[in-house]
Design a protein around this ligand. Structure first.
Ligand SMILES: Nc1ncnc2c1ncn2[C@@H]1O[C@H](COP(=O)(O)OP(=O)(O)OP(=O)(O)O)[C@@H](O)[C@H]1O
Length: 259
């Protein structure tokens, strides 16, 4: 079966520094894959290359069998690969609905001429956007908060707004950049349930970069471990927990400290 995402020999150098070296892995449709590693391991660099934000020095990225290496994020999104950002809320003084709506408008790409002339095309696009926003608010559990000011919500709910914006383009693969950063254990557990429901109920595959080990171990079907730009291990949570190279890389790092 063609993997949904196939990364082959991906490398990125900044001057003399090899931030990512010869990274290869596959993500099958319906999988949740976690990318972990100590600080400076190259996770964000790999993530940015896959989402199209950064061109690789070498290597190849295929999405649903199509080579997307070096394609711009706007084009990659249209193909069904979206990403979230670390910051919780884009517009903290706007309502939850407005935040997601503005994000969704970018995805739906209403042509400028249609915006100026306010044609039927424009009105249809707005209607579709409103419908999609309502749908993703429902999926992310944010419907009851749609008219609340985003910056005044509990942090766990603020983080969901980023996920809702990512979902606005109806992706089949969503990349999440440290989605649990700053969440307390209870919010983190809830977030894990959200991620699993995206996979199980909405058939959205996920790839996420995360330091929060409890979330990674509890939700990922497959975990990839990077150290100094190189993949040192790949496997299920149990395989990764007991992998000698991973234990060595994390030696002295207390898992509970991140839980
Ligand atoms: N734009 C850049 N220019 C120069 N060096 C960079 C750049 N981006 C990242 N690096 C370097 O590449 C290496 C990998 O960084 P990266 O941010 O990908 O790691 P990371 O695993 O995401 O780390 P963290 O968990 O701390 O976010 C680091 O040594 C970093 O300093």
């Amino acid at each position: 079966m063609t993997p949904l995402l196939k990364v082959e020999g991906l490398s990125k150098s900044f001057g003399g520094l090899a931030a990512v070296r010869d990274l290869s892995f596959e993500l099958q449709e319906g999988e949740i894959v976690g990318l972990i590693g100590p600080n400076g391991a190259g996770k964000s660099t790999a993530f940015n290359m896959i989402s199209g934000a950064m061109a690789p020095t070498s290597g190849k990225i295929a999405f649903a069998g199509e080579d997307i290496t070096g394609r711009k994020p706007s084009r990659v999104v249209r193909q069904g690969l979206a990403r979230t950002f670390q910051s919780a809320t884009v517009y903290p003084k706007s309502t939850v609905y407005e935040n997601v709506y503005r994000g969704a408008l970018c995805h739906f790409g209403v042509p400028v001429w249609a915006q100026i002339t306010q044609t039927g095309t424009y009105r249809q696009a707005l209607k579709r956007t409103h419908e999609q926003v309502s749908k993703v608010l429902e999926i992310t559990g944010l419907s009851p908060y749609r008219d609340e000011i985003a910056g005044e919500l509990a942090y766990g709910h603020q983080k969901r707004i980023g996920v809702a914006i990512g979902l606005a383009s109806s992706p089949c693969l969503l990349l999440l950049d440290e989605p649990a950063a700053g969440l307390n254990p209870e919010e983190c557990a809830e977030f894990g349930r959200l991620l699993k429901s995206l996979r199980d109920e909405h058939r959205i595959s996920l790839l996420f970069v995360e330091h929060h080990m409890a979330l990674v171990m509890g939700t990922c079907d497959k975990i990839i471990v990077l150290v100094q730009g190189q993949r040192i291990a790949q496997g299920t949570a149990d395989e990764i927990r007991n992998h000698p190279a991973v234990i060595e890389a994390y030696l002295g790092v207390d898992e509970d400290a991140h839980a």
